[in-house]
Structures are given as structure tokens and as C-alpha cells.
Design a binder for this molecule. Structure first.
Ligand SMILES: [Mn+2]
Length: 424
């Protein structure tokens, strides 16, 4: 359901006067406003192919209608998002939920929408129809060599699909672990997993990276074989230069200091990818910035500081992706909210006075250090984010335009009220 550029222009014209006045006010107070706008325009956040349908809980799923029925329609949805916000210019595919039957066609379709293929995601946390051996007791960690080999072969197949689409990275998230004490020998599980990852690593093309994503608990509740950043870092270090840790905000124990984790992984050159979402209790997969916006800002502050220290390009240095999906909002509106929250946190991190913060730390002026961070966090940077969208060709208020144009209603009409996207 592409949106006519003309409609975006008309929408912007109507809002331009109010926007310009807000922008002038904001820019007058921020010396680096122009630089921030340029960085915001460059920053793209990948959308995963499984976030376009209404997510379920373990108790039920309530589809909202008009969900994409196939990979082509998922690309169309992300193309629409990108047309509206100009910040969602990449798609992250999940195999086998979204196997590209005709890769050349899929690649061309994505290019038409201005999208590139971000990290590929494998799946050994479910059994697929017709699959020979079960992952019930784990995949790469499994005590059965044939099951481990099946998981290795699957990941290599995912790399092959990715090569055809022009992707250059593989994200491996394993649900492997144990639910009860005594179920696993931790060292054996680690070694089996490491050996499997090493086989997958060998299959990576030269320009590819592998991201080892960790998660503290769920679906296993006693131990996870890649359970925290320490374990992920161990695997990545043992695998080699093409292996990195991936931080998913929802994959930590409650109250973990994620900003410190990010800082240290960046320091070691081992942070490769980042998954945005928010949570109150566990891996809640809520909209980024909806519950803990200050935490999101603090994380971005470390990301910007750590990337600058390494001379990394903010837009391309890490693989940025939203990994969230829940059951009460329109998925497209939800993604627009997440992208907006991420860009706000990024802009606020960019305007943090790094020199003053350094001086305050040097003087052990704890009060001043807090003031500097909170001053940045409490600055309303929304006019800068809107200006970046406007200059890139997007809409000043993407959600308002989406609603005014009745896009969901058109999608339901076109795809049907019962259309359910593949995913969890
Ligand atoms: Mn994730």
C-alpha cells in the first residue's frame, strides 16, 4: 500500500508553519542543531519481518486485520513506514518464516522501496513442519550430534539466503538452556554450542559478521547457554574477528545496567548489533521508550560516546534493529512510535555536553554530572527529529498521516480482516 508523495507534501504544507516556529525556538537554544539534524537523517533502523503483525502472548493472539500475508507484503509495509519516516530503510529477515522463493525479485522489490537487507535471523528455537529432528532439548548445545548438525546446516542455509539478498550479517539467538538443575552439564553445553558456532563462522563470507545474541531467561528458566553479555562475549572472542555480541534491551535481568554493558562491549570492539524494545518486567517487547525513556537515553549516551571514542560511524557502525511485537496496537503505528523514541534518545545523546561532563567527572562534581545528563534528556528535540524527516522527504507527523489516510482500513480491504502474518 504505497503512499503518494503528493499526499505527504500536502500533509507537510498544512503543518509547516507550526513546525517552523517550533524548530526556530529549538534551534536557537541548541548550537549543534544543524549537525544533529544531519546525523538524524543518516540514522536508519532496521525493521524485522516479524514485527508487522500483531504479536501474541502465550494466552492468545488477536490479529488486527490487514496483516501482510507474504514477504512481498511485508516489504510493502516497511516501504510504507520508510516513506512516512525516512528512517526505516532496512529489513531484517527471519528464516524460515520468510524464505525468499525468488531472491532476485525480492531484492528488486526492496530496492524499489529504498530498503536494504539488514542481518539475517536463524531459528532453531522451534520445530518446523517436516523437520527430521526436534529442538526440544536444545539445538547447538544438544547432546545428540545429529541435532547439532541439523542446527548448523540451518544456519548455513540462512547465510546462503542472505548472500542472495545482499545481507552481510547473521544474528544467532539460541533458546538453548535448561529448565531444571541437573538437566545439563554447563561446560559441555557451552563447548557444543561453541563448536557449532565455529562451524557456522567458517561458512561466513569474508565481508560478513555473526552476532551472538544473549538472553537471561525464557524459554528456559534455570540456565541459558548464551545467557548474558559475559557468555556472549566469550563466544564472540573465541570465534574470531567477525563475531560480535548483540544487545537486546529486553534480554536482561531486571534492573541490569545496560548502559554499562554497552560501554564495555564497545570498548572491547565486540558490540555488533542492537535490538530496541522496552519492558517493565521481563522480555516484554513493548514500544521503545514507552516505559523507560531515561534508560534509553543513558544507553544512547554510552553508544555515542563509545562509538566516537572508536571513530565509528553512528549510522553504519552497528546493526540497529527494532525487536518488539505485542498484542494491542496497530503494528505499523507502534513501529512509528518506536522509531521516533529511538531518534529522540539519539538526538538527546548527541546534544549532551561531553566536555562539561568530562570536567565534572574530573572534579568529582557528581551533582554537575547529573545536571548535564538531565539537561540533555529534558530538552525537547522533537522539532529536530521532525525537521530531519521533512528534509529526507518524510512526513512531519507520520502517525497522523497514516490515520488521516485510513491506511489500515485500506490494508484490511485489500488483504482481508483475517490476514495473519507469520511470526510468533
Ligand atoms: Mn532480539
Amino acid at each position: 500500500m504505497p503512499i503518494d508523495k503528493n499526499k505527504i507534501d500536502l500533509h507537510n504544507e498544512a503543518l509547516l508553519k507550526a513546525h517552523s516556529s517550533r524548530l526556530a525556538h529549538c534551534s536557537a537554544a541548541i548550537a549543534s542543531a544543524e549537525k544533529i539534524i544531519e546525523k538524524l537523517i543518516a540514522f536508519q533502523i532496521a525493521i524485522p519481518s516479524w514485527a508487522l503483525g500483531t504479536g501474541g502472548t502465550r494466552f492468545g493472539r488477536f490479529p488486527g486485520g490487514g496483516e501482510p500475508r507474504n514477504l512481498e507484503e511485508k516489504i510493502e509495509d516497511i516501504g510504507l513506514l520508510h516513506a512516512l519516516n525516512q528512517s526505516s530503510g532496512a529489513i531484517s529477515l527471519h528464516i524460515p518464516w520468510d524464505i525468499p522463493e525468488n531472491p532476485a525479485h525480492i531484492k528488486a522489490l526492496a530496492a524499489q522501496h529504498g530498503l536494504r537487507f539488514d542481518a539475517m535471523n536463524s531459528n532453531t528455537f522451534q520445530d518446523q513442519p517436516g523437520q527430521q529432528l526436534s529442538y526440544k532439548f536444545g539445538s547447538l548445545q544438544n547432546v545428540n550430534k545429529a541435532i547439532r548438525q541439523q542446527a548448523i546446516d540451518h544456519n548455513i542455509e540462512v547465510i546462503r539466503h542472505g548472500v542472495e539478498l545482499g545481507s552481510t550479517s547473521l544474528t544467532v539467538w539460541l533458546s538453548d538452556g535448561s529448565c531444571f538443575p541437573g538437566q545439563l552439564n554447563f561446560r559441555e553445553a557451552f563447548q557444543n554450542t561453541l563448536n557449532g558456532l565455529a562451524e557456522i563462522y567458517k561458512a561466513l563470507p569474508d565481508n560478513w559478521k555473526i552476532f551472538v545474541e544473549y538472553k537471561a531467561f525464557e524459554p528456559n528458566f534455570y540456565s541459558m547457554t548464551v545467557g548474558d553479555w559475559g557468555q556472549s562475549y566469550l563466544y564472540a572472542g573465541k570465534l574470531g574477528d567477525k563475531a560480535y555480541s548483540l544487545v537486546d534491551l529486553g534480554h536482561h535481568l531486571a534492573n541490569a545496567n545496560i548502559e554499562q554493558i554497552v560501554s564495555l562491549l564497545l570498548m572491547e570492539g565486540k558490540l555488533g548489533g542492537f535490538h530496541f524494545n522496552d519492558s517493565k518486567y521481563g522480555d516484554d517487547d513493548l514500544t521503545a521508550g514507552s516505559v523507560k525513556p531515561y534508560q534509553l537515553f543513558l544507553i544512547f549516551n554510552e553508544l555515542v560516546e563509545g562509538m566516537d571514542a572508536k571513530g565509528m560511524d553512528h549510522a553504519t557502525g552497528l546493526a540497529w534493529m527494532i525487536d518488539a511485537s505485542h498484542n494491542v496496537k496497530d503494528p505499523l503505528e507502534d513501529l512509528m512510535q518506536s522509531v521516533e523514541a529511538i531518534l529522540i534518545a539519539y538526538a538527546q545523546a548527541l546534544l549532551t555536553d561531553k566536555k562539561a561532563l568530562q570536567d565534572a567527572r574530573q572534579n568529582n562534581d557528581v551533582v554537575k554530572a547529573q545536571e548535564i545528563l538531565q539537561d540533555a534528556f529534558r530538552t525537547d528535540v522533537r522539532p529536530l527529529v521532525a525537521e530531519a524527516r521533512l528534509r529526507a522527504g518524510g512526513a512531519l507527523d507520520p502517525i497522523a498521516l497514516f490515520r488521516n489516510e485510513n491506511i489500515r482500513r485500506q490494508l484490511v480491504k485489500h488483504r482481508g480482516a483475517q490476514a495473519v502474518a507469520t511470526g510468533l
